[in-house]
Ligand binder design. Structure first.
Ligand SMILES: Cc1cc2nc3c(=O)[nH]c(=O)nc-3n(C[C@H](O)[C@H](O)[C@H](O)COP(=O)(O)OP(=O)(O)OC[C@H]3O[C@@H](n4cnc5c(N)ncnc54)[C@H](O)[C@@H]3O)c2cc1C
Length: 493
């Protein structure tokens, strides 16, 4: 296994449970990949995902190994998955309790309560149509999907409209339209281009809820890494893979620290485009092909240790921009940082006081940014953009923030690219900005290289914690099935 992100760890566990010897090589000093953590001056910051959705996916991983997730972790349901704020002072809380949510919606636009109920029915229909072929048992190629059910159910998945067009048909309030459009960013896409099928993401969060992992999201990584070790996965950190070895076109091992390590199969959790460019010499055409696909957005991150508390901050907060279409145009069309960005702030110390010294706040600040393509010189631009983001938060109510910062770290798209070998620092792998995006992703099983597989946000079903865990299960199923087929062939011949 090349890479110890969550997808790689999940695949390693499934393979070990299937009786395979699994060696996992991670270039960094800890596993978890983009789901990482920084501890400094008494503050703890998650530096990647901060909200847990679809917890049943992680629960199933532990159950497969005969364990209970709850013996490793404590999940706490949040009363509200996010507090939204607009420049004009309007506020909205995405309550998990349906009656509270309906009251909150009615406060903004009474007619949108019926819109919400319609939207949830519509989301259920999409979920029913895509769960099997796209999420739970992702397909291997378009041929897999061309079945009567696809044509019968195609209207259900609403792929011809955009997320925004469908959201507009359910909600009248411009505020609520912005709230529901935001879910397209959960896979790094634009609501003005991504197919309406992705309204599924909002549906899942409003129906199933969102959780906080006590101790922070990195506890999930630690629990999954512990499970991996318990089932026999050999984890090597500070172990960058330099090359994938090929024999007769098939993958047969890796080179780490100059040492050749033979393997029956090689599963790549690193970004597929990076792998074709850097680990598989002679596969330049594949790298070029993947280079034509649109990456998901990246992120501009500030970790701020703040010497005071703000009563108006919830655990998860969004400070919206005043012109959402213009923001996505900047990120995906002009490929520049949005001049007035939407700012996400996770202040986990609001529910987990251990994450900051008494009376202080830990603020993980995330702004969507274009995937790096070399045109933006972040080394030069980062400080100015940081000042603009902090000034925006001050304007929107976090008085005197700049003066109260005791610790700070800036993470740019270039940093994400370098730290994780993620092309452009894309945080979710590839964007899903067209109805064809899902079919253009590199498959779990490399077509041109027997014995080579991919897992994680760069392949199927996509980025985000639950999806990369599902990717781990799907790739392991393929490795095991291919191994069984090979054995049968050998036995017959
Ligand atoms: C700032 C940020 C915010 C996010 N917010 C959310 C969120 O709110 N919700 C959500 O669900 N998701 C979120 N995500 C996305 C989520 O973190 C990712 O989709 C998921 O963690 C990716 O997992 P993965 O399996 O694709 O592997 P990655 O995390 O991409 O891991 C790949 C691993 O491979 C390693 N590697 C690369 N090259 C080599 C090599 N040559 N040798 C050895 N190892 C190598 C890398 O170091 C890395 O550890 C966020 C991500 C970021 C960065």
């Amino acid at each position: 296994m090349i890479g110890g992100g969550l997808g790689g760890l999940a695949a390693a566990i499934h393979l070990a449970l299937a009786g395979r010897r699994v060696q996992l090589f991670e270039k960094n000093d800890c596993v978890g990949g983009k789901a990482s953590q920084v501890r400094a001056q008494g503050y703890t910051f998650g530096t990647g995902p901060s909200l847990m959705t679809m917890p049943w996916v992680a629960r199933q991983l532990f159950e497969k190994a005969g364990r209970r997730l709850e013996d490793y972790l404590t999940l706490t349901a949040l009363d509200s998955t996010c507090r939204y704020r607009w420049p004009d002072g309007t506020e909205f809380n995405a309550y998990q309790s349906l009656p509270l949510l309906m009251d909150e919606i009615a406060r903004l636009e009474p007619r949108d309560v019926a819109g919400l109920l319609g939207f949830l029915r519509y989301g259920a229909r999409i979920y029913g149509a895509v769960a099997e072929p796209f999420l739970l048992h992702p397909f291997d190629g378009i041929a897999d999907l061309v079945k009567p059910a696809l044509f019968r159910d195609s209207w259900k998945i609403d792929s011809l409209r955009t997320v925004d067009q469908a959201v507009r048909s359910y909600f009248r309030s411009p505020y609520l339209r912005q709230v529901f459009n935001r879910y397209a960013t959960y896979n790094g896409s634009s609501p003005y281009r991504a197919p309406a099928t992705f309204n599924l993401i909002a549906y899942i969060e409003f129906i199933e809820g969102g959780w906080y992992v006590q101790g922070g999201m990195y506890r999930l990584v630690e629990a999954i890494a512990q499970l991996a070790r318990e089932v026999g996965v050999e984890i090597h950190t500070n172990a960058p893979v330099e090359r994938i070895e090929l024999r007769d076109r098939a993958a047969c091992g890796v080179v780490v620290g100059g040492e050749r390590i033979g393997a029956r199969d090689v599963v790549v959790n690193a970004d597929p485009r990076y792998a074709y460019e850097r680990l598989l010499p002679g596969r330049a055409p594949m790298a070029t092909k993947l280079g034509r696909l649109e990456p998901s957005c990246s992120g501009f991150v500030l970790l701020l240790g703040v010497r005071r508390q703000y009563a108006q901050l919830a655990h998860h907060n969004i400070f919206f921009s005043h012109d959402y279409p213009r923001e996505f145009q900047a990120i995906f069309e002009k490929r520049v940082p949005a001049p007035d960005p939407t700012v996400y702030v996770c202040a986990s110390s609001q529910t987990d006081p251990q994450h900051a010294p008494p009376g202080h706040t830990n603020m993980f600040v995330l702004v969507n940014a274009p995937a790096a393509d070399g045109r933006i010189k972040w080394a030069r631009e980062a400080q100015g953009y940081r000042d603009a983001v902090v000034a925006k938060l001050e304007r929107m109510g976090l008085d005197g923030l700049n003066q109260q910062i005791a610790y700070e770290q800036i993470i740019t798209p270039d940093d994400l690219a370098t730290r994780y070998n993620a092309t452009g620092g894309a945080i979710y792998g590839l964007a899903s900005n067209t109805m064809w995006s899902a079919f253009l992703r590199p498959p779990l099983r490399a077509r041109e290289t027997p014995g080579l597989y991919f897992v994680g946000g760069g392949t199927h079903p996509g980025g985000g914690i639950p999806l990369v865990l599902l990717s781990g299960r799907a790739v392991a199923e393929r490795v095991v099935a291919d191994g069984r087929e090979t054995k049968q062939r050998v036995a017959v011949s």
